[in-house]
Design a protein around this ligand. Sequence first.
Ligand code: NAP
Length: 338
Amino acid sequence: MAKKKRALITGITGQDGSYLTEFLLDKGYEVAGLVRRTITNDLGNSKHLKDEILVYYGDLQAPESIALAIYDFKPDEIYNLAAQSSPMASFKDKLGTMAITGTGAVHVFDRAKDIVPNAKIYQASTSEMFGAPPCVPQNEETPLSPANPYAAAKLYAHQMAKISRVDKNDPQFIACGILFNHESPRRGINFVTRKITAAVACIKNGKTEGIPLNEWGEPIVQNGKLKLGYLGSKRDWGYSPDYVQAMWLMLQQDKPDDFIVATGEVHTVEDFCREAFAEVGLDYKDYVVTDPSFIPPVETGPLCGDYSKAKKVLGWKPKTTFTELVKIMVHSDLAKFS
Ligand code: NAP
């Protein structure tokens, strides 16, 4: 019987890590995850998969823990999804974000090079690296000019991946997915889309206790209102389960490359609010208020991706529309916050 392929995922407890694990298990892979140990031993979004995966406790800031996981598991593919992934939080912890999201990624590349030099690596790059781009839509050739510490750390990792890829003596297979925003019911509560759908559910269900907390530790709904930042922010929002397929496809190629993964459609935060509240028969204007403390010091966007290279080379395209995405998230939160 053919040996099963092995994939090691950093960030397996996160949104994408959990969907990617389901996708790879379905394809017959053996999957392991690098997990930060907590007193609850919580596997986050991958809790339901605990009996199907192998867990290595570790941290991207502790290179020896990455080395031990790679040495023991000997992966054929490594998906580096772990990151301090919040642009807003990165302004409050610039160096911590760099240590995990930037330098941490290079620890993964280097430990893999030492132990499994033929392993194929996926690096989770981001559309945030475009900053305030000079053109719409953005493609793989659009200049990168990050506007927040998170994106600057991601750019460092992205560039280091490209350098390792073209090293004349010892090239590594590191593919970079420049993914535009992608969401799901498993999105962290402090990201704007999930904050909106959770608030819609709490308001619609008349919930007064157990309301999730925002990044400043306050309930997301207070006195019947949801506080948000700039409603005019323009983003290209896709569905996470569609996007993890593109990650895998990048590692099935003969050569490593960069690929934009996006929907090609742009919507504002206000559009998202309108559709999410309308899904339960409410008007967002009665509930949403703006608060400057949620506006980042430097604004990114408009972000809108041209995924034609991924379509041509990988045969990938998004399956879920913006309206379907909003519905999926609202209905999941209606059940969760009832
Ligand atoms: P996420 O839900 O925030 O997950 C981040 C993961 O990183 C979690 O599993 C977290 O573990 C782990 N992590 C954080 N710090 C770590 C450390 N020091 N050592 C080891 N693990 C650590 O992110 P996501 O939405 O799934 O995104 C996956 C990746 O794609 C991230 O790198 C993100 O920056 C990037 N990306 C995301 C988007 C998007 O729209 N979602 C777009 C472009 C790129 P804990 O459970 O311990 O916190």
